[in-house]
Design a protein around this ligand. Structure first.
Ligand SMILES: [Zn+2]
Ligand SMILES: [Zn+2]
Length: 301
């Protein structure tokens, strides 16, 4: 399996001379396996660059098949959705997975961003065949040749983490999430005050254990490292995490490779490269290789 990064930023895309190394597009990663549908994680602005490649991989002729797994539908994870050319070509087939909404069907959730006056037209322009698959965090399912597992992430509105298994390899995509440490984030508004209710503290511990089990034995863990330790201390209720927490999770799960991801929009190339090196050195002697998600780069599993 090959995992390629097309968008690695969190919150909003950035254009600046000091991000040209790591890249400024928002969340989008693709997993390709021989003879299997392409798996796309999130539809941030990076999706547009991916679409330029997919037109040469059968999607330009209407012979493409892909699975889109969205962590959640905050803007930085859907901004590329309406600009994805393969949706407009008849014959292409997609399965779109996203967290089930209480009050709306999945198609409506995605249609909302395309409705006037936010966009020029709606999903009726899509010529491809789309199957909508609402996902409840914690469930597992088979799609094509893949086994896909899901987990609840600690984020305002709740996000979903995915584990994709194929031919003995496992890739975990885990963004956006705060550590299950201080606040239990979910529906509703959250302040930075730590939880005091024993029931909510028990839930924090339970979800934290589930996350640890979820990553066990994975080959690669791609993780939300939006914050430095200092930034996290300031805003623990924003639903983002740190490289230290990613390393902790990877080590306890016996994961060989951690990929820092969903970078802060104001983290320049030198800062991110420095952070990666610093954390690799800090944990020298552990078995975890600390890597940095950079646009246009890939890794093999
Ligand atoms: Zn995000
Ligand atoms: Zn988010």
């Amino acid at each position: 399996m090959r995992v390629t990064f097309y968008g690695v930023r969190g919150s909003f895309p950035v254009a600046h001379p000091r991000v040209t190394g790591v890249g400024g597009n928002t969340s989008c990663v693709a997993l390709r396996a021989e003879g299997a549908p392409t798996v796309i994680f999130d539809a941030g602005t990076g999706l547009r660059r991916l679409s330029k490649e997919l037109v040469h991989e059968g999607f330009g002729d209407g012979a493409g098949e892909a699975i889109l797994l969205t962590s959640h539908t905050h803007w930085d994870h859907i901004q590329g959705f309406m600009h994805f050319a393969p949706f407009y070509t008849a014959g292409n087939r997609f399965t779109i997975c996203s967290r089930a909404s209480h009050d709306r069907r999945l198609r409506q959730v995605f249609e909302g961003q395309a409705a006037r006056p936010y966009f020029g037209y709606g999903l009726e322009r899509f010529q491809s065949k789309i199957a909508w698959k609402p996902v409840t965090e914690g469930e597992s399912f088979e799609l094509g040749p893949y086994t896909i597992k899901t987990v609840r992430l600690n984020h305002p509105g709740i996000a979903v983490g995915y584990r994709v298994e194929h031919e003995g390899k496992a890739f975990v995509y885990m963004t956006d999430t705060a550590p299950y440490a201080q606040q239990l984030l979910g529906e509703g508004f959250h302040t930075k005050q730590p939880e005091t209710d024993p029931e909510r503290i028990a839930l924090l511990e339970r979800y934290g254990r589930e996350l640890e089990q979820f990553v066990q034995g994975a080959d690669v863990l791609l993780y939300d490292t939006f914050f430095t330790a200092e930034q996290y201390a300031e805003n623990p209720h924003w639903g983002h995490s740190t490289p230290d927490e990613g390393i902790r999770l990877a080590r306890q799960g016996g994961v060989e490779r951690l990929v820092l991801y969903h970078h802060h929009p104001e983290a320049w190339d030198d800062v991110l490269e420095g952070q990666r090196a610093e954390h690799q050195n800090k944990h020298a002697g552990s078995d975890v290789l600390v890597d940095l998600a950079r646009e246009r780069e890939w890794l093999e599993l």
